[in-house]
Design a protein around this ligand. Structure first.
Ligand code: ATP
Length: 322
């Protein structure tokens, strides 16, 4: 909590690998993914009504969550109805579920590109759920948080957990994964929004044509010794959405090539349905140098050196069956 506000980080989600393992009768695809989080992301500051009254007097709009959006990627959301923002939907849904009133001001700082495969909207929604849980004294592993999260989107439960883990089903099965070693990363987005449904549609069309069956390598269970070892374990565990994402946004090939060429890159990968790609590096110096080189060569791209978030030792247990 800073002053009268509750601040929660909304870190970028990275799919270190992502396999499509099946398709359910209702059309949803089942996935298997190793999810990690970056140190970098959006943030949410939540100010409860009592604090607002003290700060600004009683001249306030009616009770219910209100949203203010700032940050470099804020303008990308400005044209949309705030009521549709995942943050607002999260606040409403949790308030209804817990029988509370979310009379709060929510300040969202949007530092992550929108529709870019790193789960910005999901991370924001999850941060809002965690902030409200803190405000209302609800434990961070309360099943209500995960139930509400699952109703908001496939990536929201894993973002509520906020730590590296295996992601299965349609995002409703989270399993412990080995702790990740210290690993640095560079995130690169070519500033081309890629809507997730377009990528799944391209994948379904290609699959219908080829008739290929779903198949995926098994999860790994040992703790990687270091970043190079992690990259080696990920070599055959790829992102099945890469080929269809390339059909939607061919520039992704240039991004992956730029990462692969950068000195010290252990592994280049697409995250989610793109277009953000990431490279893994052993040191912060290598990631920063690679980011500088890539940004200089492609000034129109968004390039961010960061680090994979280590799992805090006191992390709450993952939910069993959401
Ligand atoms: P994922 O990796 O989970 O598929 P993404 O990174 O591809 O997500 P988001 O940035 O979460 O995509 O945005 C997807 C859509 O959600 C956007 O086009 C936008 O209209 C809508 N949206 C609603 N709320 C938000 C938010 N807080 N931040 C970003 N997008 C939001």
């Amino acid at each position: 909590m800073t002053g009268t506000s509750i601040v929660e980080a909304a870190p970028a989600k990275l799919n270190l690998y992502l396999h499509v393992t099946g398709r359910r009768a209702d059309g949803y695809h089942e996935l298997d993914s190793l999810v990690a989080f970056a140190e970098f992301g959006d943030s949410i500051a939540l100010t409860p009504a009592a604090a607002r009254v003290a700060l600004r007097g009683a001249d306030l709009p009616p009770a219910g969550p209100r949203l203010a959006i700032a940050g470099p990627f804020g303008p990308a959301l400005m044209g949309e109805n705030p009521a549709n923002n995942l943050v607002m939907r999260a606040a409403h849904a949790l308030a209804v579920r817990l029988g509370r009133e979310a009379d709060v001001m929510i300040a969202l700082t949007k530092a992550l590109p929108v529709a870019s495969g790193i789960g910005g909207g999901s991370a924001d929604a999850a941060a809002c759920l965690r902030a409200l849980a803190r405000l209302w004294g609800v434990p961070p592993d309360d099943p209500a948080l995960f139930a509400v999260a699952a109703g908001l989107g496939a990536d929201v439960p894993v973002c509520v957990a906020g730590r590296s883990c295996y992601f299965g089903g349609i995002g409703d099965v989270l399993d412990e994964a080995p702790d990740l070693p210290e690993t640095h990363a560079v995130l690169v987005n070519p500033n081309v929004p890629v809507p997730t449904p377009a990528v799944f549609k391209a994948m379904a069309a290609a699959r219908a044509e080829s008739g290929a069956a779903f198949s995926a390598p098994a999860r790994f269970t040992r703790k990687p010794a270091d970043a190079a070892d992690l990259a080696a374990l990920l070599l055959d565990r790829t992102n099945d959405l890469t080929a269809p994402a390339l059909m939607v946004a061919p520039v992704i090939a240039d991004v992956l090539a730029a990462l692969e060429r950068s000195a010290g890159c252990l592994l280049p990968r697409l995250s989610g349905s793109g277009a953000t790609c990431f490279g893994l590096y052993a040191t912060a110096a290598a990631a920063e140098a690679a980011a500088k080189t890539i940004a200089a060569a492609s000034p129109g791209w968004w390039v961010k050196p960061t680090r994979l978030r280590p799992t805090p030792p006191d992390s709450p247990a993952l939910p069993r069956g959401i």
